[in-house]
Design a protein around this ligand. Structure first.
Ligand code: NAP
Length: 290
């Protein structure tokens, strides 16, 4: 019997379609006199964080969102960052506030994320938005799992009633991912580093979302034939290659859909940040969410 070869989900192409819509929405807003504005706070000089920030700001410029960058040295006090967030919360020209993570140890990340107005929390990390995920009416879904939902939607992969296994239980990817797919009536299981015998869970998945940050964690024998496999992981190997968490060449022989790394979930994350910022600006100035 011939093994199925998965359809490779082209995150760049899906992302380009969504960004084209973003441009139209921004043009509409500008006709109404609203220029969507995103404030990006970067603390320290981590090159990876600086690169992410540059990419996000470039994507904003592409669709017509105005982005403003606020740089702080790595030894900045939490109070200084909080004061800037307070100013941005009150600034009518700013519709989204993003704090690039990770933050240096002297700054309590949770406190900073909670200081961002829930109405401008376009990363979706504020407790209000996280709580909204639980009851199914969050204001801003967190960008990476939101991107995965959009990929599944675009490929018309049904979620309702399906077995979904999410590998990884972080606050920014795994947990919100599980909640979002549960809201779509999937039967969801979350696995993490302490899960015993990961394969006994992954093999049941109709949709397998992997966000662990471990190259080659998911091997073909751990995947159900015909499953849709979404690889969120990004790992830089010693030889410089960028890979996900899934053995792509092996698993694509067994799955029905698979996302590549790079070019799968990655481009969607930044795109959903644009979508959230535009949605916030569209609500402006009549916002009263909380
Ligand atoms: P994280 O905070 O380090 O969380 C990793 C999660 O995976 C944890 O829940 C951990 O379990 C679990 N895990 C680790 N090793 C495991 C194993 N052997 N078996 C099962 N579970 C395991 O990472 P994250 O921020 O969620 O990111 C996960 C990956 O996605 C990383 O590679 C990151 O670079 C990538 N990422 C990609 C995008 C994108 O746009 N494509 C966005 C964000 C993140 P414990 O909770 O038990 O420790």
């Amino acid at each position: 019997m011939l093994a199925p070869t998965a359809k490779i989900i082209d995150g760049k192409a899906v992302s380009a379609k969504i960004r084209a819509k973003c441009k139209e929405r921004v043009a509409d807003l500008k006709r109404r006199g609203v220029v969507p504005g995103l404030a990006v706070i970067l603390v320290g000089s981590d090159p990876a964080s600086a690169l992410y920030v540059r990419n996000k700001m470039r994507a904003c410029a592409d669709v017509g969102i105005k982005s403003l960058r606020y740089d702080f040295p790595s030894d900045v006090s939490a109070d200084d960052v909080l004061a800037t967030i307070n100013d941005l919360n009150a600034n009518q020209d700013i519709h989204g506030i993003l704090v690039q993570l990770p933050l240096p140890p002297q700054i309590a990340t949770a406190k900073v994320l909670r200081a961002i107005s829930a109405e401008k929390d376009v990363d979706g990390f504020h407790l209000y938005n996280v709580g909204g995920l639980v009851v199914g009416d969050t204001v801003f879904p967190p960008c990476t799992p939101y991107g995965v939902v959009k990929l599944l939607e675009h490929e018309q992969i049904p979620v309702e009633g399906r077995n979904v296994v999410v590998v990884g239980a972080s606050n920014i990817v795994g947990k919100p991912m599980a909640l979002m797919l549960m809201q779509q009536d999937a039967t969801v299981c979350i696995c993490h580093a302490k899960t015993r015998d990961l394969a006994q869970f992954t093999i049941l998945a109709d949709i397998l979302v992997v966000a662990a940050g471990r190259p080659n964690l998911i091997l073909p024998q751990m995947v159900k034939t015909g499953a849709a496999v979404i690889d969120v992981g990004i790992n830089r190997l010693a030889d410089g290659r960028l890979v996900g968490d899934v053995d792509f060449e092996g698993v694509r022989q067994k799955a029905s859909y698979i996302t590549p790394v790079p070019g799968g979930v990655g481009p969607m994350t930044v795109t959903m940040l644009l979508v959230n910022t535009i949605a916030s600006a569209e609500r402006h100035p009549d916002r009263s969410l909380v």
